[in-house]
Write a protein that binds this ligand. Structure first.
Ligand code: SAH
Ligand code: SF4
Length: 368
């Protein structure tokens, strides 16, 4: 009989598991703390659980996070892990330290089916959805690696190293809906990672029905990958737009905000030289989003081989930004982090060989 991996369960599912074992449901809370709060995988170390139950658990269950193939540490402190998700496959997780927060960028799928033209994950095609244990396992592993401070587990949450999670790694999180929502529940659970809804962000290319479902199931902060101000251009570079065009997407954003933990949506906009980055595009964008309370995050395009695109020139990004700012919007231009380890947005392709050859550029530590 194969063992069930308890990292696949959020607290309600774990409680159900205990009931089916003939045990009390409150055990779920204890288990969540051991697994996620303290990072324990061995039932024998769970000292507040009596030996017979520990043995019973070990007979039917395991706590198995995904393995790490490679850990890379950039000169600027950014870390990237290549997570083992089966033969010849990897997904990537990136940790970005900043003065006031530490953000973990988590993947949701191996590849992506949505084929945005400027995205290297999209160019790979779709392989499969990640399991809950593989999604939450990225947070589990990152915590394990970053847990260098003595007494780290006792620190107040505000001082924990990972304070924010963004579902902006490989894949479209809302296309792996159930597993992503279960993983979000674990991130928010006080017995596990205890992150606030405001500090967990789902980024979507605009799967409208799933945005409505997320609003009801687990409203966290929302980022929407807009990238174009009109349907003709968006149809071309974000093909899911043909199914859910801009008017529907804007309406879904407004519905989402009724329950969101923040009172704005973040629109992500990748800056592609000569494609979507003129002052005219910026003005059109203002019209498109005018009914949605929002902020903008401009992302200079991160090149990858044979992409066919180039990064917008800095003065064009500045002009574009100024149009939005003059209209009263908050606009951030994303800094590229972890450039030396290909950790930037859209560079997460998960090919082991490519990355390991570049050992001269970064500190490379094989941990698997
Ligand atoms: N599938 C989701 C989340 C993952 S991508 C989504 O599309 O929103 C996270 C962000 O990186 C998205 O806004 C995506 O469009 C952007 N991105 C993809 N490829 C990029 C590239 N090469 N350069 C810059 N940003 C990119
Ligand atoms: Fe998929 Fe997002 Fe890349 Fe589009 S940008 S292909 S939705 S991962």
């Amino acid at each position: 009989m194969s063992l069930v991996n308890l990292l696949d369960y959020d607290q309600p599912k774990l409680a159900q598991f205990f009931v089916e074992l003939g045990e009390k449901p409150f055990r779920a809370k204890q288990l969540m703390r051991w697994m996620h709060h303290f990072g324990v995988t061995d039932f024998e170390q769970m000292t507040d659980i009596a030996r017979p139950l520990r043995e019973k658990l070990a007979a039917v269950a395991e706590i198995r996070p995904p393995e790490i193939k490679v850990e890379q540490i950039s000169d600027d402190g950014t870390r990237k892990w290549l997570v083992d998700v089966g033969p010849n496959n990897g997904v990537e997780t990136v940790f970005i330290p900043e003065d006031d927060r530490g953000t973990l960028c988590v993947s949701s799928q191996v590849g992506c089916a949505l084929e945005c033209t400027f995205c290297s994950t999209g160019r790979q095609g779709f392989n499969r959805n990640l399991q809950v244990s593989e999604i939450i396992g990225q947070l589990w592993r990152a915590n394990q690696s970053l847990r260098q401070v003595d007494g780290y587990d006792m620190l107040p949450r505000s001082e924990r190293i990972i304070s924010n999670v963004v579902m902006m790694g490989m894949g479209e999180p809302l296309a792996n809906f159930d597993n992503v929502v279960t993983a979000l529940n674990i991130m928010l659970d006080d017995s596990a990672y205890g992150l606030s809804r405001r500090r967990v962000t789902v980024s979507t290319s605009g799967l409208v029905p799933a945005m409505d479902r997320l609003r009801d199931a687990c409203p966290v902060a929302l980022a929407v990958s807009l990238h174009a101000p009109n349907d003709a251009l968006r149809d071309e570079i974000v093909p899911i737009n043909k199914k859910y065009p801009l008017a529907e997407l804007m309406a879904a954003c407004i519905r989402y905000l009724e329950k969101a933990p923040r009172d704005f949506v973040t629109f992500e906009y990748v800056m592609l030289d000569g494609v979507n980055d003129t002052v005219e595009h910026a003005k059109q964008l203002l019209q498109t989003v005018k009914s949605v309370p929002c902020k903008f995050n401009l992302i200079p395009f991160n090149p990858f081989p044979n992409s066919g695109y180039a990064t917008s020139r800095p003065d064009n990004i500045r002009r574009f930004r100024d149009v939005l700012m003059q209209a009263g919007y908050v606009v951030t231009t994303r800094k590229t982090r972890g450039d030396d380890i290909d950790a930037a947005c859209g560079q997460l392709a998960g090919k082991v060989e490519d990355k390991t050859r570049r050992t001269h550029k970064f500190t490379l530590k094989a941990v698997a």
